[in-house]
Write a protein of this length. Sequence first.
Length: 653
Amino acid sequence: MLFINRKFIFLLLFSLFAFNSVFPQKEFNSLLKSIEKKSGKEQINILKNACWDYRSKDPSLAIAFGKSALNKIQQYDISRSKSEILNFLGVIYGNLGNLDSAYYYYQAAMNVAKEIEDSTQIAYSLNNFGDYYIKSALYSAALEKIFEAYRIFESIGDNRGMAYSLNDIGEVYIAQKNYDKALEYFKRSGELRLIRRDNRGYAKSLINIASVYTYKYEFNDALKTYEQAEKFCELSEYTKGKSWIKAGISDIYLNMGNYDKALENSFSALDTDLIIGNKYGEIIAYNKIGYIYIKLNKFDDAKTYLYKARDAAKNTGHLDQLMIAYEYLTQLAVIKNNFQLAYQYSVESESIRDSIYSHKDLNKIADLQTAFFVEKKNRENELLKNDITHQKTTRNYLFIISLLILAGVILAVSKYRSEKKANLLLNDINNSKDKLFSIIAHDLNNPVGAITSISDFLRSDYNEIDEDEKKILINSIADASKDIQNMLFNLLNWARSQHNGIKINKVNLDITNLLHSIAVSYKFLAKKKDISIVVQSEDNLSVNGDKFILEIIIGNLVTNAIKFSNENSQIIVSAKKDKDNILVVVKDFGRGMDNHTIDRILKTDTSFTTEGTNNEKGIGLGLQICKEFASLHKAKLIIESEINKGSTFALKI
């Protein structure tokens, strides 16, 4: 997969020189002097242990100890520890974000381990390759290496190694958003580490468990687990663990909408990561800080940190964080009405997402998971490998044959229909374009005109207007700006759906937590009309769905309900089980609709707009997006309404 060329060797040598030039010379010399009279084997063991002990506290010093140990191995011709030290150095370079150097040392460690037939270090090298692939967002390749490492660790009874493998398997599943599987592996890893009294390792397992609780919106469990992890970090002087805890607590506050607390904890994590050289944590912090600044409407600050995340992720090859940086930059560009830039960022993000979460890799991960458990049960290693190879080869052949047959059919049919289809497609595109431009011209005219008129009035008669009138006018500008922002957000989502830009990624979701999260997001909009949003849901109700898609659908339904509700009224958002389906219902007690309007929403592909009860504007795409996204999600939108008695929108999943 990788090869060493001149450029790589130059970069490697440069990085080695750089680290040798910055580590604390005094502490290094002090340790060397203290072991002068010890035997060669003792010196190597002391330096090796120092390399590993300092990996988080002072990576540059750890690298210096490791290289000194390698030099002494050459001097005393003691090769048993060489593979272990090379693996240590690879781990440290990986933590620093220098993935090329990490790969070089893992490969060197593997070569030495194979030469001396050291099963333990072969397994650690395999597991470290898995960690390298995780950091490079190559998850199927990561699982292959880690499963292979786990089999070796299990065969030789190495609980420490098994715990490492189980933890890394959990990290693959959390990256794939399979939170239940991730939690299972993190808990198994933690149990082994607790038995071994590995306080540092157990702290890492607890941190990962807490992060899963956060993703599952189980914030109380997450906070309790982080508190427990902090105690074990103190016991083991696990500095990087403290950074991860701060980052995790920031995630909790971010999900709760407490952006100031989220920002405070993210900066605290970033400060620690910069001190200890935790490059991956640093990039995560940049992304998170940028996103929080977006939420706080501090767009210049957001841009600064998101650019830092993007550039650092590009330089180090952390594709998962590069994808997130482009996603947040897309949001920022939309907010700033720079749709050309938003489109560019969106394309970059989707391209990376496709490479990370391709169907091929997802299928391969599922195959690997199945193979792992079958092998663990039956111990038929070679037979299972051959079977997997055969299945993959057969599937590839079938896929190629199917493609050839399909291509032949398409060519035969399209030979006489292509021109007609091209004309029809061109007409559809022109009609869509005309419809979109018509909507934009008509519905953006009012808020833009309002902002222009009020701004001109303020500029020309500012000194003649009293303070109360100024506040009213400024609030009017703010409201019109938010109307434009909401319109443009819906336009972007609609455009993406028209060009198949939305990809469905279903996971198990706690529907109650999801509804509460959405209700919190819209409570300020509802508060303007003194409308209360009430969430009602059955206990322990989960749904297999795409969180992004469902948030857009339900969010648009709530926005619609607020728009057409009277002041001092109520909106009920509920979820219940309906046979084999989940029914999410948004009910208001406002203006209502007649059957003709309902038919227009459900049976046509055209959008239309109606003013809300307080003359709120829109571009007519909200319910159209709900309908199209529901279709993408294989769900059904049901509408019941009666004039002056309100409307009920149900999403049947």
